[in-house]
Design a protein around this ligand. Sequence first.
Ligand code: PLP
Length: 618
Amino acid sequence: ITHYLYGGDWENRLKQELLLGLGGIRALRAMGIKQEVYHCNEGHAAFIGIERIRDLVRRKLTFSEALEVVRSSSLFTTHTPVPAGHDAFPESMIRQYLAHYPDVLGITWEQFINLGKTNPNDPEERFSMSVLACNLSQEVNGVSWLHGEVSKDILGNMWPGYFKNELHIGYVTNGVHFPTWCASNLRRLYMRYFPEGFSGHDYDIPAWQKVHDIPAAELWQERIFLKHKLVDHIRKRYSDPAQVRIDSPRQMVQIVEGIKPDVLTIGFARRFATYKRAYLLFTNLDRLSAIVNNKERPVQFIFAGKAHPNDKPGQDLIKRIVEVAAMPQFVGKILFLQNYDMELARKMVQGVDVWLNTPTRPLEASGTSGEKCVMNGVLQFSVLDGWWVEGYKEGAGWALPMERTFADQRFQDELDAEMIYNTIEEQIVPLYYKRDEQNIPRDWVESVKRCVADIAANFTTNRMMRDYEERFYGKLAARRHEIVAGDYMLAREIAAWKRRISAAWDKVRIVEVKQAKIDREAMFVGEHYPFEIKIDVADLRPEDIGAELVVAKQIEYGQPVNVIETVPLERTAVEGTTVTYALDYRSGRSGSFDVALRIYPSNPHLPHRMDFALVKWA
Ligand SMILES: *Cc1c(COP(=O)(O)O)cnc(C)c1O
């Protein structure tokens, strides 16, 4: 089942995910490993929550009590920026493999299958692993700031009645493992000039500023050493016909002699998913030829990558690059290296001068190869997408803007290609070839230093782990302790409370809304405006319901709603089942806003509003 990661059909994928989730927890249990917090990376592993619930149900908790325990100790990280990337299975397929699970968990089939659905009881909707993971996790995050925002769009309809910028979805930007990806000569150099940057468990990020103390000549010499290593490696590869596809011995010689360590070298390597747009550079071959064949200031491009065997467009892309690389004007100047693996990746991210990344916005959830580069002083030239939105610093690399200019992707591609050629010709090439009397590109080295000092230290796994600890793991561990204390007392209480609210919620009614008379359609800053709402709380207690005024930037058609403030109303009267809430609102802001009242189930023991996101708008 697992021998080919992406080999099979949807059924095979489901089997893999059952093995990973249900099997994974059983494996941990068999090994006697018990953890407090469970981190589900991508929806693929979401069945871990189901198996943990099963364990707790065996220990005599009800399903909903067990769900509270599992949620309180679970983090779900989504890594996918497109809806289609979230695995979803037909209900019938889930039934074939998991028909016995609802019984074991003590729930109905409908309750079980609805755990993976945004619209409960919709027979057509597929069972989504990401929805399952969200339902089983208290906390959710994306893998860069931008991807966190995109994830709110993708998953947002799980919490109807709340706006995107109210959701609890956060982010931790991916990082890469410094000891694995930083070249050893550079590591030694850094250690010599700022050893304190690496002492202790956390890297001391400010200490990395001392990279500016390294003499330009010394740093440049190490960079040149790494370029030589890459070029030597490529020459060796091209001298072995078993390793490369070559049309003729003549071509082989041309390539081996063509590739040079003193030429500005731009690298591009990745999985050839089409969203990465490797073809962009080939939009205008004449311009590309002028760039690589410039007599005084030549440029060479090194491509590497792999496409999934079933990914025909990805395969075609590689074919196209190989084709271009074999054209007379590009032989030895544009190379494509096969068998992209970690070994080749290490040589490339350490050995090139510039790393080019051209994803379709916003489809790069994070991207990591660029992070591998910056710790080696390899300058990034990338679309502002994924991690680069946070990483880009002026004078330490180059960026294509984050906003799309054209909705039509072909126009956008053409524009991006133009900007790539221009940036290479007008900025990158001149900076690289501007040398002092010792043939050192001082300004370039200055950029390299800024890249290490201001960017690299923030994109290590070390920083990433600290973020996870501070933003999620610590919070979840504390929450779990609270939930399980005293024989799961809080879990039982919250489960019972949610059951009671769910049963009564449809009967809760907004009876009356009184709103201040607003003169001339305007409120004035500093003046008082009373709001009042009467609610029939039905079978619920007055304290089970909260009411609030929601203030948003004036809503524009087609734009996301931007909630800037929610102000709670106070309970002022209780008569029978009718409860009155009031607010004397005083705005401190000027501008155009929309305001509205809404009510929600209120319980101080909930971790956040989305934990139980029922809501009624007045
Ligand atoms: C780092 C790496 C990747 C991932 O690169 P992205 O920029 O995150 O797409 C893929 N393959 C190999 C061999 C790598 O080293």
